[in-house]
Design a protein around this ligand. Sequence first.
Ligand code: ATP
Length: 660
Amino acid sequence: MPTTPSPPESRSTVRTLLRLWPYVRPVRARLFTAAFIAIVASCIGLVIPLVLKWMVDGPIADRDPAGVWLGALYLLLLGLAEALLFGFRRWLVARPLSHVEAEMRAGLYRHLQRLPVAFHDRWPSGQLLSRATTDLMLLRMFLAFPLTFLLVNGVTILVGVIIMLLQDWTLGLVILVPAVPVMVTCVVFEKRYSGAARLAQDQVGDLTTVVEEGVLGIRIIKGFGRHRSQARAFRELSEKLRGTELHKARLLATILGVIVTLPELAIGAALVLGAVRVADGSLSAGTLVAFLSTALALRWPVDSIGFLLAMSQEAATATERYFEVMDAEPESSPAAGSSTAPAAGSRAAGAARVGAAAPRSAERRVHPPGESRSPALTGGRPHPPTPTPGSARAGGPPSPERHDCPRDSEDGLVFHGVTFRYPDAPSDTAPVLDRVDLHIRPGESLALVGATGSGKTTLTALVPRLHEVTEGRITLNGTDITEMSREELRSRVAVAFEEPTLFSAGVGENVLMGGGDGEEDLNRALAVAQADFAHALPQGTDTQVGEQGLSLSGGQRQRLALARAVVGRPDFLVLDDPLSALDVHTEAAVEAALRRVLADTTALIVAHRPSTVLLADRVALLSGGRITAVGTHHELLRDNPEYAHLMSGAPAGNQEDDER
Ligand SMILES: Nc1ncnc2c1ncn2[C@@H]1O[C@H](COP(=O)(O)OP(=O)(O)OP(=O)(O)O)[C@@H](O)[C@H]1O
């Protein structure tokens, strides 16, 4: 499981929360109106003690029942007005704030689609899920409640204190005594609670990752009887989260204790002092009633400061976590005029606005309308003649020369001195790919063979720019891939990876994600990939596949992924061991159909098995990060011991027959 990326340097709560302004701006009129209404409602509540004073010193002292009834009517109307205004405030903010939440969530999702694969390699999925759900919910709650009520309660406390000082300034000063210790406690609390809130929200993210992995990996967990150890791991994490939540609760209890107790003591002292003064006649009973009613009316605004601050802290943490993702650099746009790709991660932030960033599996292809297509899927074309054997080399020290790189033309797919190191790899380790030179001629299929972990998948991922080359460049028909937009690049290059990811959608929709114009293209692609089983599914090609295609067999998924790669008739096809999950008969059928596709397509095919290698015109051997040999299957088998070893399962008799 990837580890939680560490949070950036801390900012003040207010500065962090101010980053929400662009999202709040469109609904600011309603928010300000709602805050104003809440202040009015709250101040109406402060008028009630003044009516009480009037009643006690007037109609009650004068034993005037009509006056008492009138006072009661005033109190009823004031209470009603307060309730209605608070209700109106809620109505005003509910809809716009859910809109803010939805916009932020949509923005996050859009951004996630544009972030490079290297970002997704680094970030645990649960951390992203929790930011898109729990954190955004916390932000909506903050905008709806603490944001308004910190302001409303602040104004109410100020107005209330002024009223109390005007009633009787000595009693007012008594009430004000706890203000300083309460404020100091709030400052200390804010700092401590902020750390605890961050920890808890990160732990929720980790827990979400474990749940997600547990659900997606349920077959492995059950198959290996790992449910107990999985449950234990989950329990340990949730215990940690519980500990953090308890720590938060203790902090909150401490501040609530201070915030509630000190003002209560002050109110008690003011009550005693006031009663003594009423007894000696220096204060009217009505004034004391009004004073104490105002003090009691301020109890909720004061008491609530604790949890409003806590919610604000959680919102600041949620904002921080949201923008950690939003601030990550998206995939860059083409570097105009540059012929050498810069190192990964060195591109300008925010420049990329391509609409077709690859999803996690990146097995997709978007075909722009009107693009000219190769006739690859028309079928029946003779296979091109075997190219002249290239520079087959016996295994041995890697050569610094180019392997059959074009001298007068760069047509086709060409790797020019490509070096690649994963962005998070330590700088002192050897690069995965080290100055790779390779030329795949137009219409040619080249198989890439190498030991496990030699970097074959990595090399294929560089073509659609799922990763950026560290040094060197890759050209398609002479154009540097960094000079095209990703959308254009990915419309010309189709990929199918070994692990065929499907989405929760219909079979047909999954295939047509790769391009194509409808039923005819879909049927042709299904035929090429020998995926006609799709027509026999309960609702045909409209049948929904389960999450990640798990309701289909591995071979069925692989064939659909292959259909998706070929449906848009790509100019360049990159296949990462696309037939690994097929039985020998299906594999032979797919190969026969693929041969027709490959006749007109420039293709790079990662191959582990001789049968897949035989689909290609030539083979390149990747070893120690270099291309150490290029030639036909037969040449390499004869001349290169490493290749012969890798292919040692090959049925020797068939090799020559099948070779083209
Ligand atoms: N996202 C990544 N971050 C860091 N290193 C990685 C990442 N993906 C792969 N690697 C490393 O790069 C090297 C090449 O991996 P790659 O998957 O390209 O090999 P491969 O030849 O395709 O292997 P296989 O035949 O088993 O599929 C391996 O050492 C692997 O550990």
